[in-house]
Design a protein around this ligand. Structure first.
Ligand SMILES: N[C@@H](CCC(=O)N[C@@H](CS)C(=O)NCC(=O)O)C(=O)O
Length: 218
């Protein structure tokens, strides 16, 4: 089954990047419209009518709208089971989700535009303060990911599997965001090796925030 997927996203948005990777891994074509988060387009009435949370990604297909990158990835996994982005074993699936939520649930929300703006508006935080803030939370996420990867007892091509899983999508989105916030990945060799492996795949490398930004300049 193919569906007409339309994505509302932003070049810098790692939540949108997660969905781009998921759609690409599942072989699903999509069109993307930009919602300029730095200009505040997410607060426009027309966008809020689609997503009351005023954030991206939003995925439209047929009469349907979905938000929240992990919910979208789970939907894609259920509707397009191949290639699988989760293993079959329930415990392994839960572990991969837990690893993914290090960034999706805990770190990424601390670094989004609304938080950065709140820090600037209410605490007089400078651009440098905000950069340090973002780097701090991203470092903690990468430390935890590095530790969890070092605890693996079997050798796999990607984080925990021999084909990409949600964990690899979450990891690569976070490492690409580290680049946006000027963090070098040398301190996290296992994380960095997985990122490199993932970026060998077109589904991961075609729509990175960095490439989406470069495309805007042309
Ligand atoms: N948990 C959500 C996060 C969505 C989110 O906050 N997206 C950011 C961009 S990555 C956004 O649209 N932020 C708008 C803002 O902060 O004003 C998901 O994974 O989809």
């Amino acid at each position: 089954m193919t569906q007409n997927f339309k994505l509302f996203g932003f070049w810098r948005s790692i939540a949108t990047y997660r969905v781009r990777i998921g759609l690409s891994l599942k072989g699903q074509a999509f069109e993307e419209s930009s919602v300029d988060l730095l200009k505040g387009d997410q607060f426009e009435q027309s966008f809020r009518q689609m997503n009351a949370q005023a954030n991206v990604p939003v995925m439209l297909f047929g009469e349907n709208m979905l938000s929240q990158s992990m919910a979208i990835l789970e939907y894609l996994e259920e509707v397009y089971p191949e290639p699988a982005l989760l293993p079959t074993d329930p415990l392994e699936r839960a572990r991969i989700r837990a690893f993914s939520f290090i960034t999706i649930a805990d770190t990424h929300p601390l670094t989004v535009p609304r938080i950065r703006k709140y820090l600037a508006d209410n605490f007089n935080a400078s651009d440098e303060d905000i950069g340090n803030w973002a780097q701090n939370w991203i470092r903690l996420a990468l430390d935890a990911m590095e530790q969890k990867l070092s605890e693996r007892t079997t050798s796999t091509t990607y984080c925990f599997t021999d084909q990409p899983s949600f964990a690899d999508i979450a990891l690569t989105a976070q490492t690409r965001a580290a680049g946006v916030f000027d963090l070098k990945l040398d301190q996290w060799p296992l994380v960095s090796a997985i990122e490199q492996k993932c970026l060998e795949l077109d589904a991961f490398s075609r729509h990175t925030p960095q490439k989406m930004f470069a495309a805007l300049q042309n």
